[in-house]
Design a protein around this ligand. Sequence first.
Ligand SMILES: [Zn+2]
Ligand SMILES: [Zn+2]
Length: 302
Amino acid sequence: MLSSGSVWLSEFSKMIEWVSIHGGHSGQFCNHAVDSLEVIVQAYVAAGFSWVGITEHIPPGGDEFVYPDEQAVGLTAVSLYHRFRDYMQVGRALQQQYADQLTLYIGCETEYYTGYADHVRRLVAEFQPDYLVGSVHHLEDMSFDMDANDYWRIVTAVGGLDAFYQKYFDQQYDMIQTLRPQVIGHFDYPRIYDPDYPTQLRQPETWGKIMRNLHAIKESGAILDCNIKGWRKGHPEPYISAPILQEALALGIPVVPGDDSHGVAEVGADLQRGIDWLQAAGVPTNWQRPCSPVSHNEKEEK
Ligand SMILES: [Zn+2]
Ligand SMILES: [Zn+2]
């Protein structure tokens, strides 16, 4: 057996489990992803993950929220609802089929727009996903994360960056209180196309809303997704950024890596880097698992 330092180090680093609390978007069920869900699950198995949350985007609440790339291929709110139904069926089948190789959770990632609360509640009641990733990708019903041009158009429309960040964190707060998701997706997402985001996050009114939201997350028992897609988007760090991470840690909020994969090539990409980054920041690496909506509510009622 080899006993060089590097082998010992790599063996040591493997002791921290590889998990993803947010990801597994597939070309089968998402227009801006690639590959079939089963091929993606097989990639997670091959990479040695212990457990993975597959968290496909929810279907839209109406045709006005069908994304342009979906409209372009003739999809509607109704056909996307049918696709989501198929996703839940295929996901449940894969969960059984691969149960002896890794633990799969079949969840979904929310949106925030007009009418979202009743829409998400209906979906949860009908499909009973294992858990929700609560995410905000819209501001005032306009999706802001698809490209930089849209982002800056919306920043201008809502009155500038200060207003943009503040509205985002207000919507996130509303979403946390209304949906009580088990996981909060990419917490500081409004920085997606803003190179000067460290300054922007520190604006006093924005920072106050960030702290308010962290307290709400602590109170709700939710887990923060450490979304390593931040590196893929060219940021120097994942979502959430280091100063916010430190506040979350001080509050005792669990933080778990999510690769936010949208295809096989992104399965586990940057994951070890993310684990190392979290470990260096002092985050406990005995990753908390998401619990089901039912057990989550039971826990809250105790
Ligand atoms: Zn996506
Ligand atoms: Zn997202």
